[in-house]
Design a protein around this ligand. Structure first.
Ligand SMILES: [Zn+2]
Ligand SMILES: [Zn+2]
Length: 123
């Protein structure tokens, strides 16, 4: 049980930077709703590798200045065991907020965000 949605806790989205915002996690409600939808479609727990990143931490990890992480509108989600990144992305495409937002595919994780406007990339 989570305290921010059915399965997610706010702490899972906390900034992991040192000496910055003190682990803030001001998440956009649309991101949380969409991520819960994705989790329901996946049917297995999803691990958030990176949720909120304050401006300082975003810079430290080489995030783009226009990243949606500092806005609380993005999450990097680890691909669960027995699933491929392509399969997880296919589920994300079924979530309206992600389908109309940003989806990036990496080898062991995917990026999803709830920007207004479709963006897709693949590393
Ligand atoms: Zn921070
Ligand atoms: Zn990301």
């Amino acid at each position: 049980m989570g305290n921010i949605s059915k399965d997610f806790n706010r702490s899972e989205f906390a900034c992991t930077g040192k000496d910055c915002c003190g682990g803030a996690a001001p998440m956009h409600p649309d991101l949380v709703t969409a991520l819960q939808h994705l989790r329901d479609l996946a049917g297995v727990p999803l691990k958030v590798n990176s949720g909120f990143r304050c401006i300082k931490h975003n810079k430290e990890v080489g995030g783009k200045p226009d990243s949606y992480h500092p806005l609380g509108m993005a999450a990097d989600v680890a691909v669960p065991p027995r699933m491929s990144a392509v399969q997880l992305v296919a589920l994300a495409e079924q979530v309206p907020q992600f389908a109309n937002g940003g989806i990036g595919i990496y080898s062991t994780w995917i990026h999803v965000d709830v920007r207004s406007g479709k963006a897709r990339w693949r590393i």
